[in-house]
Design a protein around this ligand. Structure first.
Ligand code: ROI
Length: 161
C-alpha cells in the first residue's frame, strides 16, 4: 500500500459538481482505498487570466496500483467527465487530475513527473494538501508546512461545505 495525493481542478461546466463527481470516481478506484478529501477552494487562474476561477481540492488515497496504472485511471476519469485536450497551454478545463505525490517516490519519465513539478509554487495545491496531510515532508526533505507558510494564498478562498 502506498499513500498518494491527487490534486483536483476544474473551471468549466459547474466546477464544484465536476470535483464532487471526480471524488466519487476516485472512491471507486480498484485496488485502492479512498482516505479523505480536503475542503473545496476557489482560486483565480494561474496562467491566462481570461478564463473562469477554478475550484481546487486534494484527495488522499492508499493504493496497490502502480503510478502508471493510477495515471491511466485518472485520465479515464478526466475523459469520462468531458475533458477535451485543446491546443491552448494552461487553458480552461472541465477536470484536471494531477498525481502530486506517490509515497516518497521520485518519478521522471515521458508521462509522469512526481512530485508534481509546479506544486511548491501553487497555493491551490499546497493548502488543500496540508488540510489532508499537515505533517507531510516531501521526498526532497522539505516540510509542507514551510511551503504553505511561504506561499501566496491571497487569491485562494475556502468554499462553504
Ligand atoms: N489555476 C488554478 N487556480 N487552479 C488550477 O487547478 C489550475 N490548473 C491549471 C492551470 C491552467 C495551470 N491554472 C490553474 O492547469
Amino acid at each position: 500500500m502506498t499513500e498518494v495525493f491527487i490534486a483536483l481542478g476544474a473551471n468549466l461546466a459547474d466546477p464544484k459538481l465536476q470535483i464532487r463527481n471526480a471524488v466519487q470516481a476516485l472512491q471507486q478506484l480498484p485496488e485502492s482505498e479512498f482516505i479523505a478529501c480536503s475542503p473545496l477552494y476557489s482560486s483565480s487562474p494561474m496562467g491566462p487570466q481570461d478564463q473562469p476561477d477554478y475550484v481546487n481540492a486534494v484527495a488522499k488515497l492508499t493504493t496497490h496500483l502502480s503510478p502508471h496504472a493510477l495515471l491511466d485511471e485518472m485520465q479515464r476519469i478526466e475523459l469520462e467527465q468531458g475533458r477535451v485536450r485543446k491546443e491552448e497551454r494552461w487553458g480552461p478545463r472541465t477536470l484536471d487530475l494531477d498525481l502530486v505525490l506517490y509515497g516518497q517516490l521520485i518519478i521522471q519519465d515521458e508521462r509522469l513527473t512526481v512530485p508534481h513539478y509546479g506544486m511548491k509554487q501553487r497555493a491551490f495545491v499546497l493548502v488543500p494538501l496540508s488540510d489532508v496531510a499537515p505533517a507531510l515532508t516531501l521526498p526532497d526533505g522539505q516540510k509542507l508546512a514551510e511551503l504553505v507558510a511561504a506561499c501566496d494564498c491571497s487569491t485562494l478562498f475556502r468554499l462553504p461545505d
